[in-house]
Design a protein around this ligand. Structure first.
Ligand code: SF4
Length: 329
């Protein structure tokens, strides 16, 4: 296993390009070799993602059906009650998930009773012996510390894309604000979950820059979700052409090579992939999937299909949580 001090944070764009554009067998072989020295090759972590407060978000992320800027079919809901989340987390555990992620469509976290309820949700999930991850928008240091105190394992805040392309996807918050949020999470001692989305009309150079940005974070994000755009009617990106799934494979493989110890999560967009394309993503070093038939508001393969796929591949869900119990504290 590579000791942490030898993990690199200074990958150059030229190096990243040369990794990304290698012949696919070479790229996948290299990624798989790196993967095997840090992770079990036959296991993926199962995560479950629950939308705890849906829609009506003041941000204008062009891919997102929850933005109040776009007219989509997503119905707005208030923050869920604690018992609803407790039931969902208990069920997720029974389905083999070891990480439970909760997403709220907020620009930033509102202090007061809603935040107190989110802290209780974190405590419930940790009490079920699962990793707890939340994505709540921007936060201040006090809030990050309070989440850490409640036992939060990870905070998700995606960089989404490269700094240069960012302005064509989101205009209501800056890239620097994203980086500052991640720094606060890190300062609080909570692990970082941050990745991006491909298929938003970007070219490969944008992906190299996103991957450079992620791999320059010190330490690397412990969790790197790689999403393929799910095109939703009513959002500005709804009519983009389909992305080539092999670009997703290349992005995952490159992320695996640049950030060897991180969990690279095959996230949104799996429904558009064949089973064989998903298998290639695992070969390329993806070692986590989101279970359940919904990912926040968009469809996702159901439990039965996922289990059948893992069975066909001779793979299994990781039985244990990957992060020690006190990682959030
Ligand atoms: S991605 Fe998050 S921040 Fe952006 S519009 Fe959707 S819910 Fe809001």
């Amino acid at each position: 296993m590579t000791p942490p001090e030898s993990l690199r944070h200074d990958w150059t764009l030229a190096e990243i390009e040369s990794i990304y554009t290698a012949a696919l067998p070479d790229l996948v072989f290299r990624a798989q070799t790196v993967h095997r020295s840090h992770h079990r090759a036959d296991e993926v972590q199962g995560c479950m993602l629950l939308s705890i407060k849906t829609g009506g978000c003041p941000e204008d992320c062009a891919y997102c059906p929850q933005s109040a800027h776009y007219k989509t079919d997503v119905a707005q809901t208030d923050l869920l009650d604690l018992d609803v989340v407790t039931a969902a987390a208990t069920q997720a555990r029974a389905q083999g998930a070891t990480r439970f992620c909760m997403g709220a469509a907020w620009r930033d976290i509102p202090d007061g009773p809603e935040f107190a309820r989110v802290l209780d949700m974190v405590r419930v999930v940790r009490g079920l012996d699962m990793e707890a991850c939340v994505t709540l928008g921007m936060l201040n240091q006090q809030q990050a510390d309070a989440l850490a105190e409640a036992g939060l394992t990870a905070y998700n805040h995606n960089l989404d894309t490269s700094p240069e392309f960012y302005g064509s996807i989101i205009t209501t918050r800056t890239y620097d604000e994203r980086l500052e949020t991640l720094a606060r999470v890190r300062r609080a001692g909570v692990t970082v979950c941050s990745g991006g989305i491909i298929g938003m009309g970007e070219d490969r150079k944008v992906r190299y820059r996103l991957l450079r940005q992620l791999s320059s974070l010190t330490p690397h994000p412990e969790s790197v979700p790689i999403n393929m755009l799910v095109k939703v009617e009513g959002t500005p990106l709804a009519d983009l052409p389909d992305e080539d799934p092999l670009e997703l494979v290349r992005t995952i493989a490159t992320a695996r090579i640049l950030m060897p110890r991180s969990f690279v999560r095959l996230s949104a967009g799996r429904l558009a992939l064949t089973d064989e394309a998903q298998a290639l993503c695992f070969l390329a070093g993806a070692n986590s999937v989101f279970l359940g038939d919904r990912l926040l508001t968009t469809p996702n393969p159901g439990e039965t299909h996922d289990q059948q796929l893992l069975d066909r591949l001779g793979m299994k869900l990781t039985a244990q949580t990957a992060v020690p119990a006190n990682a959030g504290g």
